[in-house]
Write a protein that binds this ligand. Structure first.
Ligand code: BJW
Length: 252
């Protein structure tokens, strides 16, 4: 059981605007591997060697195989208590926004509404030229490239290294970080930019920043409080403690 300071409980009990950045770690307890942990290395390839246009053009079969492998896992998994707690929290604050680096769609499945997908969504493909989205047109063994009507190549609808993040989602995420009273960084190694800048931006603009991660990250020294442990355990415990704290305040 984690213990939560009076300061943290008061901040969460009185916040009007809450922002959240999530990363692969929040989906681990649902059964999805992270990118950089030892479990995250797929067939000895680092994400940097697969998640790029260069990799796709050089070895489309390999890149499609990686995405198909991950899709098959994602189709089967369900949100975990960390996703559900965030969805519950959303209904208790006037402003509550999740900026997620995850492409698994689990926040929406858990019932969260205000979600900014910074790195796209793995369940879709899109044309690299005209941007048209496709739900089904994907990988067929022996046919490394599928083409859109416009002649562009179809690829997973995600953001690869060296590609810009979706402009609206990114701008909104920075606005949220700048106006949040409390900001969470959950299950991200905070190694990939520009997403990793969001909690730092939130702190700069005066938010109380809470990190939840299995281990210390490059962000840990810059936040107000860092909890080491599983998001699916710590977040529900924290939220329960906030409810108790609020009830106690009312009864005094
Ligand atoms: C748990 C847990 C449990 C485990 N509970 N915790 C400075 C500024 C701007 C850009 C750059 C910059 N420096 C470098 C760049 C370039 C680059 C970059 O960041 N490189 C770094 C390697 C240094 N960034 C980019 O290229 C981005 N684009 C860009 O900057 O564009 C500029 C541009 C502008 C205009 C024109 C053209 C270009 C794009 C980045 C795209 C990242 N894409 C990926 C793949 C997405 C698709 C897919 O899923 O396949 O996104 S890479 C991969 O990393 C994925 C993730 O979203 C992302 C972040 O990983 P995440 O989520 O943090 O996972 P892990 O595995 O690293 O960490 C998991 C954590 O969970 C660990 O800490 C565990 O301890 C923890 N954990 N279990 C709680 N139960």
């Amino acid at each position: 059981m984690s213990t939560f300071s009076q300061e943290l409980l008061e901040k969460l009990a009185t916040a009007k605007s809450v922002g959240v950045l999530t990363g692969a770690g929040i989906s681990v307890e649902s059964g999805i591997a992270t990118f950089r942990g030892h479990d995250g290395i797929w067939k000895k390839f680092k994400p940097e060697e697969l998640a790029s246009m260069d990799a796709f053009l050089k070895n489309p079969e390999l890149v499609w195989e990686w995405y198909e492998y991950r899709r098959q896992i994602i189709y089967k998994v369900k949100p975990n208590p960390a996703h559900f707690t965030l969805a519950e929290m959303e209904s208790c604050y006037p402003e509550f926004t999740i900026s997620t680096q995850n492409v698994d769609g689990l926040h929406a499945l858990a019932g969260s509404k205000n979600i900014l997908e910074l790195h796209g969504n793995i369940l879709y493909n899109r044309c690299n030229q005209c941007g048209k989205k496709f739900k089904d047109t994907g990988y067929e063994k022996g046919k490394p490239f599928q083409y859109c009507n416009c002649g562009g190549k179809i690829r997973p609808d995600v953001v690869w290294f060296g590609e810009p993040l979706p402009a609206q989602e990114l701008e909104k995420s920075f606005n949220v970080a700048a106006k949040s009273d409390v900001y969470f960084s959950i299950g991200t190694s905070a190694n990939v930019y520009p997403a990793a800048m969001l909690p730092v931006e939130a702190k700069l603009y005066g938010a109380y920043v809470i990190e939840i991660n299995l281990e210390k990250t490059t962000l840990s020294g810059q936040v107000d409080v860092s909890f080491l442990g599983k998001a699916g355990e710590i977040l529900p415990e924290m939220w329960q403690a906030v409810q108790k704290y609020k009830n106690k305040k009312i009864s005094i």
